[in-house]
Design a protein around this ligand. Structure first.
Ligand SMILES: [Zn+2]
Length: 139
C-alpha cells in the first residue's frame, strides 16, 4: 500500500430550491426550481477507533440538518436581485447570496460549512439536474 493511500466516504443529501441567475442570458435567468443532489466526500489516511472515516449517521445529521434549514424550499438569490424586497414583503423564504446562486457557489458554501463542523471534507459535488454538476474541492 502506497503512502498516499487513503479512505474516502460519500454521503448524499437531496433537497429542492428555487433561484434565478443575474447577468446571464440562458433559461436560468428566470425564476425556476431544481431538485438538487449534493454529494459530500470525506477522506482520511487513517480510520477512527470504530474503523470509519466518519460515521455516516453523524455526517448525515450535521449536513442534512444544515442543508434543509438553509436551502430547502427556499429561493436563492443574489444580493442585488431587485425581487428581494418584494419577496421579503410577501414572506417568501429566501437565502441571499453575495454571488450568483450557481451550482458552483452553492457547492462552495456547503464545503465551507462542512469544514467549520470539523469534517475532513475533500469535495462537494452539487448536482443541479441529473445531468449537470459542479464540484468544489480542496485536494
Ligand atoms: Zn437553474
Amino acid at each position: 500500500m502506497g503512502t498516499n493511500a487513503e479512505f474516502s466516504i460519500k454521503r448524499q443529501v437531496f433537497f429542492c430550491y428555487g433561484h434565478r441567475l443575474r447577468d446571464y442570458a440562458g433559461p436560468c435567468k428566470n425564476l425556476h426550481g431544481h431538485n438538487a443532489k449534493v454529494e459530500i466526500e470525506l477522506a482520511s489516511k487513517q480510520l477512527d477507533r470504530k474503523g470509519m472515516v466518519a460515521d455516516f449517521i453523524d455526517v448525515g445529521r450535521i449536513m442534512k440538518n444544515w442543508i434543509d434549514k438553509t436551502f430547502d424550499h427556499k429561493l436563492l438569490l443574489r444580493q442585488d436581485d431587485p425581487l428581494i424586497p418584494i419577496l421579503k414583503e410577501q414572506g417568501e423564504p429566501l437565502f441571499i447570496m453575495e454571488q450568483n446562486p450557481t451550482a458552483e457557489h452553492i457547492a462552495q458554501l456547503i464545503f465551507e460549512y462542512a469544514t467549520t463542523q470539523g469534517l475532513p471534507v475533500v469535495s462537494v459535488t452539487f448536482w443541479e439536474t441529473e445531468h449537470a454538476a459542479a464540484t468544489y474541492s480542496n485536494p
